[in-house]
Design a protein around this ligand. Structure first.
Ligand SMILES: C[S@@+](CC[C@H](N)C(=O)[O-])C[C@H]1O[C@@H](n2cnc3c(N)ncnc32)[C@H](O)[C@@H]1O
Length: 277
């Protein structure tokens, strides 16, 4: 598997990954502040998807281009076009072969993408090629949920976060990594920093902003796993997936406090920022 297209996820991506109102704008503002961007700045987003990150930039009139393997994801984004001061330059294409000439952009964003591309090192090289030679920024980012705060004891977490933790532990018990379908690398992996430094960048790890996420119950979380809404679940053999779900069902009925009650959630936007001076 070279890359993971989100063709199958276009219909449910926004409903399952969307931010609460105002959160995407907070993320945009944090990116703008961090990169010193203005409306003249030329942005490119790798794996732009349905525009979860792009929309507030487009609404504010930034110069914004995006590439994605999935036409269905791009179609969802285009369906949201309304009163954008500038038309975005959107291309169906592969981040490994960007349809742009050298030095075309000032800031490149890739949010939840690097883990989907087997040759993530070539992705970084290709991003570097289309970034302006000096002063360009490459921001590799993602949302961090409450379940990734591993210092917190399970029982003190809200039930939907417990469900995420219990799911991870269940997959581990079954001998699975939980990331079977993801051929790439987490952007925060130290290997990424090394690869960026090898390309001549100065690299910073950033905790950029915190925001609200839509409320969910523990049962909603398990239902998401059942429906394989996350790419991490797409390549798992059916039998193992069902075995994990059966254990989760047992936990919901026997171990989980308030499985049906929706709880508010928070998220953090974390990034690795590479800058070429
Ligand atoms: C998890 S989604 C993230 C979308 C958007 N960045 C966001 O944060 O909402 C990943 C996107 O990357 C796209 N993608 C995966 N591999 C790709 C590749 N090699 N080239 C271009 N797009 C790719 C998928 O089709 C999908 O739309």
């Amino acid at each position: 598997m070279q890359s993971v297209s989100f063709e199958r996820a276009a219909a449910f991506y926004d409903a399952t990954r969307g931010y609460a109102p105002g959160s995407a704008e907070r993320i945009r503002d944090a990116i703008v502040a961090q990169t010193g961007a203005t409306v003249q700045t030329r942005f490119l987003e790798l794996g732009i998807g349905t525009g979860r990150i792009a929309l507030p930039f487009l609404a504010a009139g930034f110069s914004y281009a995006g590439v994605d393997l999935s036409q269905a994801m791009l179609d969802v984004l285009l369906g949201k076009a309304s009163g954008w001061p500038r038309r975005p330059l959107l291309a169906r294409g592969d981040v490994l072969q960007l349809p742009f000439s050298d030095g075309s952009f000032d800031v490149i964003l890739a949010v939840h993408v690097l883990h989907l591309v087997a040759d993530w090192r070539a992705t970084l090289r290709e991003a570097r090629r289309v970034l302006r030679p000096q002063g360009g920024h490459l921001l590799l980012a993602g949302d961090i949920g409450d379940d990734e705060r591993e210092e917190v004891a399970l029982a003190s977490l809200p039930p939907p976060v417990q469900a995420q933790r219990v799911w991870k532990a269940t997959l581990k018990e079954l001998g699975l990594t939980g990331h079977e379908g993801q051929p790439g690398v987490n952007a925060r992996d130290p290997l990424v920093r090394v690869a960026l430094e090898d390309l001549g960048a100065t690299v910073e790890a950033l905790d950029m902003t915190e925001y609200a996420r839509p409320a969910r119950s523990a049962r909603d979380v398990v239902e998401g796993y059942r429906q394989r809404i996350y790419s991490a679940d797409w390549a798992r053999p059916e039998e193992l997936h069902h075995a994990a779900l059966a254990r989760m069902e047992h936990w919901l009925n026997a171990g989980c406090p308030e499985p049906e009650r929706p709880y508010p959630r928070s998220g953090r936007f974390r990034a690795v920022l590479a800058t070429w001076g």
